[in-house]
Design a protein. Structure first.
Length: 641
């Protein structure tokens, strides 16, 4: 039986893929361009269900998987293998190890789970440094194919009427579950199939109505199709990364997609639409190629602007046409009637790629990024841990008495290498107590605003960690209590209130400074010396491993110091105020080590300083301490006089 081809769906695929591409190119109107993925999910649900319904009584699982394999795998492996080769040249070994993990998760169609797990922590993956991040949606789609085909195979003797009823029930139940996850577990909702099933089943429900030969009139088709395109435009502009998604917002997109598919069947037959229909046919390779190209530019600190965006689109289209004409078409004709298709186009290539990756990782002489001091462990440790914890000891660990207490959030944790260097220099012992997003502020409550649920959420860790630190200061009488943290903009990303008072964003900055003052007073009253360590610059459009990739990093791996000064202007004013009001506090500022000649670098002595755009590595932080001591007196020495 000749398979029906839907020209209107080719147009829709073209729309969907360019929504995603323009979203990833950071065009402002396309903040919500990620809805293109949801449009693809509905299309898949519609076409897969339609194909299964047409052969319901003779449905064969193996044949189903074989068709999916020769349709999707050749282009998929072409892109994956190309990325393995290209990024082997670009990446240092540490980064390449992380990349290979994403390759394996993509090949096993579990990358959505892998990215959900790794993005779920405080120290998340940098999306621009993850060339195969976009393949999460392909993994999710393959998971749906497996579940859906098994469902139909088990229920192939059930009448279509009962199946239709089951579809509707699944859609409704999963929709409300998706909304629940989106409010409470947004990353799980975005990446995992449990919140996306309804998007596919809406397409499946539409498939049940496809045999209805009563076509809409041309004018009604035009009206409904135009309305659908307007809704796509509105939501592309309206939605953003803070929107509650998928849930009810995705429902609007999915219903609109279904309306478009149903109403536009006869609108795009004219040869006028051939270019857009062709772009729809190559939408799969467009989706596969575009993100690695963007990621590649990011590795070399090439900023996205109009010129580079046009370059990305042209290169993506060129590679996609080559892939479609020379890979997809030829493999389709080659494997369509072959036996053992799954073995030839999926299992065998997967095994070869995995073995190749393992060989590269174990036998290559590719240099690995190492700290200058090889005794320093760059793994994240101590933060959010219970105490006492041996991993939290700094300086001379064999000393009996702890002289220094380092407190604060993840930025203080990342600065511990710097404090470690200073402490060792003066034969002092330190200890670290740090919690994610939690500066040491006494007498204030901290709230965060959930943009999805539109609710303020109290951070109980703020008060419990503050009390723990106060108890430790009272008990141990440290010489120095060093407060570190992501102080610039802290009062903007959090809302601080005096305990028991109403939440007010307008009062957040005042209460943040009040909390710092309360902490300074408490430290002084317990006969310790308060120290504030200034925060490091935030990297903007710079790859943290820039110096390992680019030749002549002195000319490329930096940003203007003006960016840092402008970004921290309010915080620097706060520091001046605190220093005037409390002249005995010590402010340590190591940024003259990072920034030289009005340029703030991402490295020192060929050692990358950052693990992401915000946090220093321990080795980078330690190296800053070594360089600081070459240029300035140890501030702990001055305090100890």
């Amino acid at each position: 039986m000749q398979k029906e081809h839907y020209k209107n769906i080719d147009i829709l695929r073209c729309i969907a893929v360019f929504l995603v591409v323009l979203h990833h190119l950071n065009f402002s109107f396309f903040n919500g361009g990620f809805i293109g993925v949801d449009i693809f999910f509905v299309i898949s649900g519609f076409l897969i269900t339609l194909g299964i319904l047409k052969q319901k009584d003779s449905f064969n699982l193996l044949n189903f998987y074989q068709r999916r394999a020769y349709r999707l795998m050749p282009a998929f492996f072409t892109v994956v293998i190309t990325n393995i080769i290209v990024f082997y040249i670009v990446l240092d070994k540490n980064s390449y190890v992380d990349f290979i993990k994403t390759v394996i998760s993509s090949i096993t169609f579990s990358s959505n789970i892998y990215f959900w797990y790794n993005l779920n922590g405080y120290f998340n993956l940098n999306s621009h440094l993850t060339p195969l991040l976009h393949l999460w949606s392909l993994s999710l789609e393959e998971q749906f194919y497996i579940l859906w085909s098994i469902f139909f195979f088990i229920n192939k003797n059930i009448s279509k009427k009962i199946l239709y009823t089951i579809f509707i029930l699944i859609t409704l139940i999963n929709l409300y579950y998706s909304q629940f996850l989106a409010k409470n577990y947004p990353l799980a909702a975005y990446y995992l199939i449990f919140s996306r099933v309804f998007e596919f089943t809406i397409g499946g429900i539409l498939a049940f109505h496809n045999n209805n030969k009563k076509y809409l009139s041309t004018i009604n088709s035009l009206i409904l199709t135009t309305i659908a395109l307007i809704i796509f435009s509105i939501y592309t502009y309206k939605l953003n990364s803070n929107s509650l998604f998928p849930g009810f917002n995705a429902l609007i997109i999915c219903l609109t997609t279904a309306i478009y598919i149903h109403s536009s069947k006869r609108l795009f037959d004219s040869s006028f639409w051939l270019p857009l229909r062709y772009l729809g046919k190559i939408s799969y390779p467009i989706y596969l190629w575009h993100w690695p190209i963007i990621s590649y530019l990011y590795f070399f600190n090439i900023k996205l602007n109009l010129i580079t965006s046009i370059f990305v689109i042209i290169l993506t289209l060129s590679l996609s046409i080559i892939t479609y004409e020379l890979v997809e078409k030829k493999s389709f004709n080659t494997f369509k009637y072959k036996k053992d298709i799954i073995k030839k186009v999926y299992i065998l290539p997967s095994l070869i790629i995995i073995l190749f990756c393992l060989f590269i990782l174990n036998f290559t002489n590719k240099p690995i990024t190492q700290p200058i001091n090889k005794n320093i462990d760059d793994n994240i440790k101590c933060i959010d841990s219970s105490h006492p914890n041996q991993d939290c000891v700094l300086g001379v660990k064999n000393n009996d008495k702890i002289d220094i207490l380092l407190v604060g959030d993840s930025h203080a944790n990342a600065q511990s290498g710097f404090i470690d260097a200073l402490a060792k220099n003066k034969n002092l012992k330190g200890y670290e107590v740090t919690y994610s997003s939690t500066a040491f502020l006494i007498g204030v409550d901290r709230y965060t605003f959930n943009h999805r649920s539109k609710n303020y959420i109290k951070a109980d860790i703020q008060n419990s960690s503050s009390q723990l630190i106060q108890d430790m200061i009272k008990k141990n009488h440290y010489k120095f209590v060093i407060m570190g943290g992501f102080y610039p903009h802290n009062f903007e990303r959090n809302i601080y209130t005096t305990q028991g008072n109403n939440i007010s964003t307008l009062e957040s900055h005042k209460n943040f400074v009040l909390g710092l003052e309360n902490s300074i007073k408490f430290i002084k009253n317990n006969h310790s010396i308060p120290v504030i360590i200034n925060d490091n610059p935030i990297l903007q459009n710079i790859n943290p491993n820039c110096n390992l990739i680019i030749k002549d990093p002195e000319k490329n791996c930096f940003q203007s110091k003006e960016i840092y000064l402008k970004d921290t202007q309010q915080w620097n004013n706060d520091l001046k105020y605190l220093k005037i009001k409390y002249p005995k506090i010590i402010v340590i500022d190591f940024n003259n080590i990072i920034c030289k000649n009005n340029k703030c670098y991402s490295f020192i002595n060929n050692t990358p300083l950052y693990r992401d755009n915000q946090h220093l590595t321990y080795s980078g932080s330690y190296q800053i301490g070594i360089e600081y001591l070459k240029k300035y007196p140890n501030p702990l020495t001055e305090l100890n006089k």
